[in-house]
Design a protein around this ligand. Sequence first.
Ligand code: F6P
Ligand code: MN
Length: 343
Amino acid sequence: MAPQRAVTGERPWTSARPCVRISTARCRTRRTASIHLSDLIACGPLAGITGRHSGVNPDGDLQKDIDVAADEIMRRALRIAAVAAILSEESELPEVLDAGAPLCVAIDPLDGSANLENNISIGTIFSIRPRGNDVLSTFFEPGTAQCAAGFVVYGPQTILVLALNASVDIFILDPVAREFLLITQGVKIAPNTPEFAINASNHRHWHGPVRAYIDECLAGSNAGGADFNMRWIGSLVAESLRILVRGGVFLYPADARPGYREGRLRLLYEAHPMALVMEWAGGAATTGRRRILELAAKTPHQRVPLIMGSARGVRDVGIIHEGIEPMFDHSDAPLFARRGLFR
Ligand code: F6P
Ligand code: MN
């Protein structure tokens, strides 16, 4: 029945759709930009997206043609919204738009774009703050200054996760009506899911507490002997959505590789917005030692270790870090073996 309807061009979900159509006129510009980007990503080479590198962004990541296109689409939309300044992953400095406007936006226009050729979910991350007296200083206030944040996932479905008014809601793009529809209101992260996500190829570079936590998970000695499951997609938006849907802990810690002493993810447009989403959904986000939302950036593209997800898992990682000086060599391994949480 469903394929038949699809062939006739009807929407097979129309009859039993469990969604509420939300008309958010104020979000219109934002929604239109992400719908446009969703179309471009879905078409890929058909829309002239080659995936070719066109430069390097301010943090040293290779920039693809789609990164540049995403940045332009988001900027164009934000220029006609009530936005005082934008800070984008793709430019070195913030851009002041209308210094009197009420909001400042930090944005990762296309997170995880290295996954595009593999047809794996990628996305747009955004963080919104009320403008302070000095426009540019707004970006350097702690993450608690955010009034909203969220991300769009361009995957099998295009999904918008929006943290607003201390609630996290999930919307799906209806590609025919070109509207986002509410599918989950007030999502809550499972407090204690035995699942972790980390790039395990960096194991030898991690510092003690992270290795101790992951080793405990692998040994099966956590959570009353339950086996842990592992996932690593290499796409922050996709991992974050998974955590919202079924819980677990995501870790991108600091490690000993050159350039990774503060981890990989950027505070202003990756960690701050994800931390707001996690906390407002009942989860947590820390560096292992400090709550992400209490941190203030000193530079626009500052990196930060990020551990987020189910409250219990993030708390366990924090307990292992307690009282231990940050160290990047491996000499603390035996100490952490003794200080494990579960033995
Ligand atoms: O933006 C950085 C990013 O692409 C994230 O989406 C993802 O979590 C991370 O990098 C993956 O890093 P790595 O390739 O080191 O595993
Ligand atoms: Mn990113």
